[in-house]
Write a protein that binds this ligand. Structure first.
Ligand SMILES: [Zn+2]
Length: 321
C-alpha cells in the first residue's frame, strides 16, 4: 500500500509517493511559502501531481514544529509564526478531499522513524536518532514504537541542560545540549581556538577572512582536512559533547543503536570517532554492559519523507492509538 510523504521544512517542501520498502516515486520539490494557506495549497498540489501515479490513501507530513499528541495540530513552529495552534491535518484533508487521511509528525521524529525503518537503524528495536545540524534534534524509538510522550513533546534531546547556567539557548534556557553538540557549537569552538592559536588555524582564518560572522561549519571541516590543528580540536570537542549526551541517554534508554544524522554528521569519522571514545568514557558501568552501535545516518535528506509516509501507513491501517 502506498502513501504520500511530505517534508515541510523552513526553506523547501519536498514529497513523493513511498512504497513499503521506503522507495520514493514522483518526487516533487517547491520552496516553502510564508503563509499557512499557501503551504497547504503547495501540499495539495504535490498530492494532485502524484495522484495519477499511485493509489494514495494517506498523507504523512513531517513538519518543523512541535506537534500536539493528536498528531494533527501544530502547537508551535519557531520558523512559521502562522502555525500557532494550527490544525494542519484538518486544513490539508479539506483541500485534498478524496477521503485521504493526513497525519502530522515533528520533523526530527519523522526522520528518526525513517532511519529506524529503512536506514541505519533497520533491524533494531530500541534506537535513538540525534540530528546534528544548526541545532540538535532527536527521535526515540523504544520497543519498536516512536516515543511521543504524554503531550507529543518527547525526543527534544537538544534541550537537555548539560551545563547549568551555560550558553544561552534559543529556547530560553541556558546550557542546553544544542549549545554544545551542534553545528553552531562547532563554529564557536573553532573560532575561539583560532583566536587563541591563529598560527594553528591558517586555513580557517583565511576561509572566513578573519571574520567570525563569515565562519560556517563547512569551513571548519575543510580546515581540519587541510591540516589546521585547531579545526581538528573543534571536532574533537564537539565529539566529546556528543559522546557525553549519548552516555546520558544510554543511562535512561539503553538503546541498541544511536544513529547520528544532520549536516555536520556527514564528516563521518571526524566527528563519530571522538564521539565513540567519549561515549565509552562517560557511560555508566562501561566495562560491564553491552555498548550500542554509534552509526552514521543513511537515509539522508529523504528520511523525513519516507518516515512520515510510513507513519501514515499506520493510520490507514487503523493501527494508530
Ligand atoms: Zn534549549
Amino acid at each position: 500500500m502506498e502513501t504520500l510523504g511530505i517534508d515541510i521544512g523552513g526553506t523547501k517542501i519536498a514529497g513523493g509517493i513511498c512504497d513499503e520498502k521506503g522507495n520514493i516515486r514522483c518526487l516533487q520539490r517547491v520552496p516553502t511559502p510564508e503563509d499557512a494557506a499557501d503551504i497547504n495549497a503547495a501540499v495539495a498540489d504535490i498530492y494532485r501531481r502524484c495522484k495519477g501515479e499511485g493509489d494514495i490513501r494517506a498523507i504523512g507530513i513531517s513538519a518543523a514544529g512541535n506537534i500536539a499528541s493528536d498528531r494533527r495540530t501544530v502547537s508551535f513552529a519557531a520558523n512559521l509564526p502562522a502555525w500557532h495552534q494550527y490544525p494542519l491535518a484538518d486544513a490539508i484533508e479539506d483541500l485534498v478531499g478524496d477521503g485521504v487521511k493526513v497525519i502530522v509528525e515533528n520533523d526530527a521524529n519523522a526522520a528518526g522513524w525513517g532511519e529506524y525503518r529503512f536506514g541505519a537503524g533497520r533491524g533494531t528495536h530500541n534506537m535513538v536518532m540525534i540530528t546534528v545540524g544548526t541545532g540538535v534534534g532527536g527521535a526515540i524509538i523504544v520497543n519498536d514504537r516512536l516515543v511521543r510522550g504524554g503531550f507529543g513533546m518527547a525526543g527534544e534531546i537538544g534541550h537537555i541542560v548539560m551545563v547549568p547556567d551555560g550558553e544561552a539557548c534559543g529556547c530560553g534556557l541556558f546550557g542546553c545540549a544544542e549549545q554544545y553538540a551542534s553545528g553552531s557549537a562547532l563554529e564557536r569552538f573553532a573560532w575561539s581556538a583560532a583566536r587563541r592559536q591563529p598560527n594553528q588555524s591558517e586555513h580557517l582564518l583565511e576561509a572566513c577572512e578573519y571574520d567570525r560572522s563569515k565562519l560556517i561549519g563547512p569551513m571548519v571541516r575543510d580546515a581540519a582536512q587541510q591540516g589546521d590543528p585547531t579545526a581538528n580540536e573543534a571536532f574533537n570537542l564537539l565529539g566529546e559533547w556528543l559522546g557525553r549526551l549519548m552516555a546520558n541517554l544510554s543511562a535512561v534508554l539503553d538503546p541498541e543503536a544511536f544513529v547520528i544524522g544532520g549536516g555536520v554528521a556527514e564528516v563521518g569519522g571526524m566527528l563519530l570517532d571522538p564521539a565513540r571514545a567519549a561515549f565509552s568514557r562517560y557511560l555508566q558501568a562501561s566495562m560491564y554492559r553491552q555498548h550500542p552501535s554509534i552509526l552514521e545516518a543513511r537515509a539522508g535528506g529523504k528520511a523525513g519523507i519516507i518516515g512520515a509516509a510510513d507513519l501514515a501507513r499506520d493510520i490507514d491501517l487503523a493501527r494508530v492509538d
